[in-house]
Every structure is written in structure tokens, then in C-alpha cells.
Design a protein around this ligand. Structure first.
Ligand code: SF4
Ligand code: SF4
Length: 394
């Protein structure tokens, strides 16, 4: 029996965090009921919040929900300017009813948040509303959901060597698809993690919560394997359930894998350049998965992208994951760091029994490449040399 001390310690820490977040959320909810404080996830302009069906993505703005800043935004900010207490300000803003109509350029709005926060700090000597702690308080429900996901991630890692855990992969994916996809409208939005991180690194003061979540994903992948992609991600789940094509086997060849990797790297570079040039949340406007989850399409480009996602997913196993997803690419690199936990083959006899189970085409020449999503399908080959481990390949 291998020691899994680290896993159990992290699980314990996550449990403690979960209890803390739930306690804080209850505290805030009861304060709201008493009318003393309002910190729930208000529909803050811009997509730094959550573009779920009830918020950004749900608006039937033909230009795309997050495309432009309207005049209403300015009015709201000037209303905010005139009031004194920051809690009341958020409350007024939420109660005004105009919040739902706001669609904004997040870069501009975040600048306004920062500017307004500095002013408040000067005026009131109080903490600015965009401070990290404030953001954490405003996102307790997101943090609760994310912590539960992390706990499932660690548990999968602990029991990965058992057979029964692999029977749970599809039910877990289905649960993720239904809850995070169709109920929450695709939140946490995987591409938003990347978008906000690039904006943050380029000097824009975006909400910090999504870049923080990306860092958590990176650390978790290093410690416990790329289980996010194979078991938890709702976007991966949608593609997985759509997939019907076993015919394009040539896509699993070594050459195809290389080409797919080049396409993915190029797509991510283009995405970075586009984000840096436009300084907006491009993802929110054109991310087809959100359109699918909320069952609404805002513009002709989105019709094309949604069609592309559905048709390609029917034919190709996880086309978005393999050719575009920037988070997937980052996690690929993380899994290559020495001592990162990942699925490895030791002492491969090249019998190739496992090859046919790997739809990603990640098993090449007796080794597993970085496209592996730790789905564990190859375990059906009953080969004891395939393991999720930190040990180096032998
Ligand atoms: S590659 Fe991206 S979309 Fe695919 S499962 Fe991973 S994070 Fe999700
Ligand atoms: S090698 Fe293939 S089948 Fe095995 S865990 Fe990785 S992606 Fe899944």
C-alpha cells in the first residue's frame, strides 16, 4: 500500500477551507437578510464575474452580452460616487435594477473599479471594494463550488489505482456537465481563467479571482495529475458526450499529435495577441460553449462557432481540448515538470494493448505524451505498468 500522506493532508486542508467558506457564506446571507451588508455576487459589469445564464451570458444583446459599456454604467458609477457607505453602494447598485442591463468592456470597468476604490479609500479610510478580501467575500459561492471540485480531484487521485473509481468517471462528468454547464451556464468559465490572467499580466487590474483559480488548477495538476481535464471539466464533458466518431483513427498517429499540438500552441498565441490588442473579454463574446450551455446565440459568428464545436465534437474526440484550449495547454506543460504527478508507463513491453483505449492518442512508442488527460481509460488494458504517479519513467 503506497503512502498517500500528501493527498490526505490536502484533503484535510480543503475540508477546513470548505467549512470556513460555508460558514462565511451563511454569515453573509444572514447579514443580507437583516439588511446590514450586501456582498453577494452582484452582477458586476464586465465578465470578470460569472457569465452564467442569469448574468452576462443570459442577456439577449445582439452584439454579445459583454461587448460594450452603456451609458447606464456611467450613471451607476456616478450614483456610487455620491453615496457614502460602500456596503450601501453595492446594495444600491444591485437594487437599482439597472445592473442587469449593464454590458461593459471589462477593462474599462475594472479601471473604474480601481479608480473608485482608491477614491473610497481616501474618502472613508475604509477598505476598497475591489480589495482581494472583498473579492473573496463576494465569491464565496464560487469558492465553495471550486473547493468541492478540488476535494473530488484529490479523492480521485487517492483512489486512482482502484478499479471502482473508474466506473465513476462518466457519472462525475455528467454531473459536472449538468451542474457547471447547463445550470450555472458554464461557470467557472475555463477560458475566462486564461483571459483574466492575460489581462492581469498585461497590467490591467482585472478581478483577481479567476487568475487565482488558474494558479490553483496548476498546483493541483502538479500535485495530483491532470484529473481536471479527464474527470471534472464541464467543457471536456460536453465534447466527450457528443463524440460519436471512431473512424478518424489517423488522428491518433504520432504525426497528427504533433500537428494538433502546433495548432493548439498557435491558437493560444493568437488568442493572447487578440486579448492584448483588444483589452476586452473576447471569450465572453464568442465562447461557443457558453452559448450551448445557456441555449442562446447572440451573433452570426457564434452560430458558426457553435456549429463548429458540435460537428467537430461528433467526429473528433475532444477537438477543443486538443486544438484550442489554453488552460489545457498550460496543464499539459505542468504535467511535464519533473516530479509532476501524471499517468506514466514503466517498463513498457510494447504489446500495444493499451493503445486502442486511449482516444486522445497520447500513448506513443511505449510512453505517454503530455496530451494525456488522466482519464484512465487505458487502465482497461489491465497493464500494471500504467500508473498515476510522480515517479520518473523507467
Ligand atoms: S483541455 Fe480545456 S476544455 Fe478540455 S478538459 Fe481540459 S480545461 Fe477543459
Ligand atoms: S494515456 Fe490516454 S487513455 Fe490513458 S489516461 Fe492518458 S488520455 Fe486517458
Amino acid at each position: 500500500m503506497k503512502s498517500r500522506g500528501l493527498e490526505w493532508i490536502v484533503l484535510g486542508l480543503l475540508s477546513a477551507l470548505l467549512i470556513l467558506f460555508i460558514y462565511k457564506q451563511i454569515e453573509i446571507t444572514s447579514s443580507e437578510k437583516e439588511g446590514t451588508v450586501v456582498l453577494t455576487e452582484v452582477n458586476q459589469p464586465g465578465c470578470g464575474g460569472c457569465p452564467s445564464a442569469s448574468e452576462c451570458g443570459g442577456k439577449s444583446d445582439s452584439e454579445g452580452a459583454c461587448a460594450e459599456t452603456t451609458d447606464d454604467t456611467e450613471e451607476e458609477w456616478s450614483d456610487w460616487d455620491d453615496s457614502g457607505d460602500e456596503s450601501e453602494e453595492w446594495s444600491d447598485w444591485e437594487d437599482s435594477g439597472e445592473v442587469d442591463e449593464v454590458s461593459a468592456n471589462p477593462a474599462e470597468v475594472n479601471d473604474e473599479i480601481e479608480e473608485r476604490g482608491d477614491e473610497l479609500e481616501e474618502e472613508n479610510g475604509s477598505a476598497a471594494p475591489q480589495s482581494f478580501l472583498f473579492l473573496i467575500e463576494k465569491h464565496y459561492s464560487t469558492l465553495i463550488r471550486f473547493t468541492i471540485l478540488m476535494m473530488i480531484w484529490v479523492l480521485i487521485s487517492i483512489f486512482y489505482h482502484t478499479r471502482w473509481i473508474h466506473y465513476l468517471r462518466y457519472p462525475i462528468l455528467l454531473g459536472s456537465l449538468i451542474y457547471f454547464g447547463f445550470i450555472l451556464g458554464g461557470c467557472p468559465c475555463i477560458s475566462l481563467l486564461f483571459n483574466d490572467t492575460i489581462l492581469l499580466l498585461s497590467g490591467n487590474s482585472t478581478l483577481l479571482i479567476y487568475p487565482t483559480l488558474l494558479i490553483v488548477l496548476i498546483i493541483m495538476t502538479f500535485l495530483f495529475g491532470k484529473i481536471w481535464c479527464g474527470w471534472l471539466c464541464h467543457i471536456g464533458a460536453l465534447q466527450e458526450f457528443l463524440y460519436k466518431g471512431e473512424r478518424l483513427q489517423w488522428l491518433k498517429s504520432k504525426k497528427s499529435q504533433k500537428i494538433l499540438h502546433i495548432i493548439q500552441s498557435s491558437a493560444v498565441v493568437i488568442l493572447i495577441i487578440a486579448i492584448l490588442i483588444t483589452k476586452t473579454n473576447l471569450v465572453c463574446q464568442y465562447f461557443p460553449f457558453v452559448n450551448i450551455f445557456i441555449l442562446q446565440i447572440f451573433n452570426p459568428i457564434s452560430y458558426f462557432l457553435v456549429g463548429l464545436v458540435i460537428i467537430s465534437s461528433l467526429l473528433i474526440y475532444r477537438p477543443f481540448c486538443r486544438t484550442v484550449c489554453p488552460v489545457g495547454l498550460i496543464l499539459n506543460w505542468v504535467s511535464r515538470i519533473p516530479f509532476a504527478k501524471r499517468v506514466r508507463i514503466s517498463e513498457c513491453k510494447e504489446c500495444k494493448r493499451c493503445y486502442r483505449y486511449c482516444k486522445m492518442g497520447s500513448i506513443q512508442g511505449g510512453a505517454i505524451d503530455m496530451s494525456c488527460i488522466a482519464c484512465g481509460e487505458c487502465s482497461q488494458a489491465n497493464c500494471e505498468t500504467i500508473q498515476l504517479t510522480r515517479k520518473k519513467d523507467q
